[in-house]
Design a binder for this molecule. Sequence first.
Ligand SMILES: [Zn+2]
Length: 364
Amino acid sequence: MFKLRANNEKLFILFFLFLALNMSIVNDVQAQKEGKIKTVVIDAGHGGKDPGAIGMKSKEKDITLSVAKKTGDYIKQNCPDVNVIYTRNGDVSVSLLRRAQIANEKNADLFISIHCNANASTQPCGVETFVMGEHRNAANLEVAKLENASILYEDNADEDYGSFNPNSPEAYIMLNFFQSEYKNASLEFAEHIQNQLVKRVGRKDRGVQQAGFLVLYKTAMPSVLIEIGFISNPNEEKFLRSEEGQTYIASAIFRAFRDYKVAYEKENASSDANADSDTDKLIDSDKDKVIYKVQIESRSRKVDVPSQHYKGLKNIDYYEHNGQYKYTAGKFYSKSEADEYCKKVKTSGYSSAFVVSFKNGKRL
Ligand SMILES: [Zn+2]
């Protein structure tokens, strides 16, 4: 049915390929500055030729589609201002790349991919929500391998993913280079989801996790992949198959969406009221001097980020560039001081931080 890709690909070829793929993302983003969550893309995992994981009595692709539709229905009913878009509406094949493209083309504010977990043992159970990132343990890598194996069913995989071999641990080294500017927002949303599924629905908590998922890799907005339970565990499969179970899970995802939306829009509304008055002001004594700051992340919208969000970082500020809002920490008059501070910022979780310089309010 499919050919296995060779294992002995040269790492550097993949690396440059992935770098090239990465370049196209940010420029495609149309910054939406209204500060509202207006469009959500719900992605039912697998479909068509790709059944996903197979349980005793069900296939992952059927459960994910049903939960995706129920989740979308809840959002439509309760948040009429939100446009709900599905990557698939029926039992059809959609490539992982295409799913991300749909979200990008629709300028989605959130991307929710729904999946079922599986294990060779019938014992494991529980829910976990993934964001794109470096896997910290073998189990998380296994989940990513399982989900990325969908591309083995795709006709244009070579074209879409180069020589990426979903079963080769080496391929994931490349995904680890990926730094998403939406990572913090994705983590926040993932926390809301776990919170709802665990505290309100009573599922076993496997936590918010990170790994390299091709379906999340190209999305240009906060994105999560939810493993709503193990189809390989008979008890959990029964729950996942049931109308009641699916309703509970969908309502939990909806509530997490609503919580995230409310928090996001509140944060943003307060930003409109006061942000312009206290940022971007040039202090007279800084005139014609080169100022160094450490860039920590970039967002497609200006938000009034509470300082506690950036634990332990000082002088949080932002500047606008190509429709993106780049957030910075620290303020220095020498590059060496800024470099020193940048090291500290990196160790506090902003591993992609770097030093930027300004003169008279303009980035150099
Ligand atoms: Zn899946």
